[in-house]
Design a protein around this ligand. Structure first.
Ligand code: FDP
Length: 340
């Protein structure tokens, strides 16, 4: 441990302090959002610990299996969902929860209701769990006027209406990236303090990147603009260098790299999946919100992603997101296709 460096870090901007500072700019605020966020942070810390211990604790396995003590084992994604649902309900600030793990939305008991609707994927990138590759939690937050009589329409809103969005990546470090509509900030969990510390203030995505990120195994089923775009990445005709390909297959990790290094992340529609794979409410919207807040763009192949109005809670959409100029290029290819 570098005690000398630690000795200099005496003024730590924790995530709670950061949000309280923001709250103090709104004297009318009652602190509800701060309380909600502290429950999300607790969920992230819990899942981070569970992910780190997964191999040791044999948490990996089929839901319903029993361990040596005869206790029921839960798969990490099932466990993570339970943790987040309980943390969000007990915050007393939520009224509707939509989780990737639950077919139906959860309407919070009236006695515990607040004004926020939270949409989330408790553990995204599940195919990477068993091999220890980075995975994450993604969340988006809507606020409704009052949480007394919530309706499913309250979450079927365009992503631009979200009041906050973020993700927590369980990787070589545990990083929480958050936007409350005024830029993007990244916080890294200091395990010795148990606190998320502001390590990446005001993240801005490079205007143009050198990396593209897509599952090329699906290439035979792509439409014209996606195929042309990827061809251009590999064989640019304008003398620019070819882009590098990076694809982890875990949205949080691929988007995190895109946000920090620039470039583009694509999960397009294809002949087999005409709506793509990724879910609008808790994958496409939060990541698009963060990208726009960081100066990038997010496009569905037809429109700005955050303008999409979902009609079902588990709806899917194609998505192209990342550096402003790179997304501009794919938009131009779709526009040209539309003019044919
Ligand atoms: P996973 O299936 O492993 O849960 O939506 C889930 C997701 O992962 C994303 O995290 C990831 O970006 C994408 O699917 C990967 O899909 P492919 O395996 O089709 O590339």
């Amino acid at each position: 441990m570098d005690h000398a460096a630690d000795a200099h870090r005496t003024d730590l901007m924790t995530i709670t302090r950061y949000v309280l500072n923001e709250q103090s700019k709104h004297p009318e605020s009652r602190g509800d959002f701060t309380i909600l966020l502290s429950h999300i942070v607790l969920g992230c810390k819990f899942v981070c610990t569970a992910v780190n211990k997964a191999g040791l604790a044999k948490l990996i396995g089929l839901a319903g299996e029993t361990n040596v003590q005869g206790e029921e084992q839960k798969k990490l994604d099932v466990l993570s969902n339970e943790v987040f649902v309980k943390a969000l309900v007990s915050s007393g600030r939520t009224c509707i929860l939509v989780s990737e793990e639950d077919e139906e939305a959860t309407f919070v008991d009236p006695a515990l209701r607040g004004k926020y609707c939270v949409v989330f994927d408790p553990l995204d990138g599940s195919s990477n769990i068993d091999c220890g590759v980075s995975i994450g939690t993604i969340f988006g937050i809507y606020a409704i006027n009052d949480g007394v009589d919530p309706k499913i329409e309250d979450v079927l809103q365009p992503g631009k209406n979200m009041v906050a969005a973020g993700y927590c990546m369980y990787g070589s470090s545990c990083t929480l990236v958050l936007s409350t509509g005024k830029g993007v900030n990244g916080f890294t969990l200091d395990p010795s303090l148990g606190e998320f510390i502001l390590t990446h203030p005001d993240i801005k995505i490079p205007k143009k990147g050198k990396i593209y990120s897509v599952n090329e195994g699906n290439a035979k089923n792509w439409d014209g603009p996606t195929a042309k775009y990827v061809e251009k990445c590999k064989f640019p005709q304008d003398g620019s260098p070819a882009k590098s390909l990076r694809y982890i297959g875990s949205m949080v990790a691929d988007v995190h790299r895109t946000l920090l290094y620039g470039g583009i992340f694509l999960y397009p529609a294809d002949k087999k999946s005409p709506n793509g794979k990724l879910r609008v409410l808790y994958e496409v919207f939060p990541m698009s919100y963060l990208m726009e807040q960081a100066g990038g763009q997010a496009f569905t192949g037809k429109q700005r992603a955050l303008d999409l109005v979902p009609t079902k809670i588990h709806e899917r959409s194609p998505i192209f997101l990342g550096s402003y100029d790179d997304v501009e290029e794919i938009k131009a290819l779709y526009a040209a296709e539309g003019q044919k």
